[in-house]
Design a protein around this ligand. Structure first.
Ligand SMILES: [Zn+2]
Length: 248
């Protein structure tokens, strides 16, 4: 069976994570459960999947504690967001960003980076940090020049269902540009369901729809693209450390 990896999904408190993971597994989809605040960190860890924990741009008063765990494969999501938070929070966002980057460095883990209306700041911060394991820019929506900068810094670029949206021609150009060994695919569920599920609550199994669309955009077969993106995720998150096989 073709194996995809949804490298970025969230489980909310009212989600039946076990059912979503079973549905994904039956369809050949592996899942990386991503945190970003205390509640999402808890559901990610409890899901039983490989997971990431972090604390985001929401500037919670007390950042959650992140401890080493055998299934903890990345720190995140973390990042800058000036869509949901105003520029007056920039210093605090930067402080949180840098603290988590240093934690990732200490733990020897990659980071999962969110950037919204903050692209140059994110790039400049990552350049200054010069992390040895880099990580991934998730749900990428920027242009080609910025993608080139992130790639030069060692980061992978991950595409969500946004790349399937009708008005996303510019993003599809970026998806053609990213080198085969640096591209990942994700759902960011429960948000951003890809075409043809747009408007529904997103689920990890829908990563196949985004992956198949990306394969067509890049002119490769879905099977080859699944194999490539799964190998990329396997290497980036060192999944061999916790999983025994990537295909069945
Ligand atoms: Zn997310």
């Amino acid at each position: 069976m073709t194996t995809w990896i949804d490298t970025h999904c969230h489980f909310e408190a009212d989600d039946d994570a076990a059912a979503l993971l079973a549905e994904a597994e039956a369809a050949g989809v592996m899942v990386l459960a991503v945190g970003g605040n205390a509640a999402l960190n808890a559901t990610a860890e409890a899901s039983g999947a490989p997971f990431a924990q972090g604390y985001d741009w929401s500037c919670e008063a007390t950042p959650p504690t992140i401890a080493p765990h055998p299934r903890l494969v990345a720190i995140g999501e973390l990042g800058f967001d000036f869509h949901w938070r105003g520029p007056e929070t920039a210093d605090r966002q930067r402080e949180r960003f840098e603290a988590q980057a240093r934690l990732a460095e200490r733990l020897g883990l990659p980071i999962i980076v969110h950037t919204r209306e903050a692209d140059a700041l994110t790039r400049d911060t990552l350049r200054a940090l010069a992390l040895p394991r880099a990580g991934v820019i998730h749900s990428y929506t920027g242009g080609i020049p910025l993608a080139r900068d992130f790639l030069d810094l060692g980061y992978a670029i991950s595409f969500s269902g946004i790349v399937t949206f009708r008005n996303a021609d510019a993003l599809r150009e970026v998806a053609r540009f990213v080198p085969a060994d640096r591209i990942l695919v994700e759902t960011d569920s429960p948000y951003l369901a890809p075409v043809p599920h747009r408007g529904k609550r997103n689920r990890p199994v829908f990563v196949r729809d985004t992956g198949i669309a990306l394969a067509a955009i890049r002119g490769v077969s879905p099977g080859a693209f699944a194999e490539q993106t799964t190998a990329n995720a396997w290497r980036l998150f060192d999944l061999g450390r916790i999983c025994t096989e990537k295909s069945s």
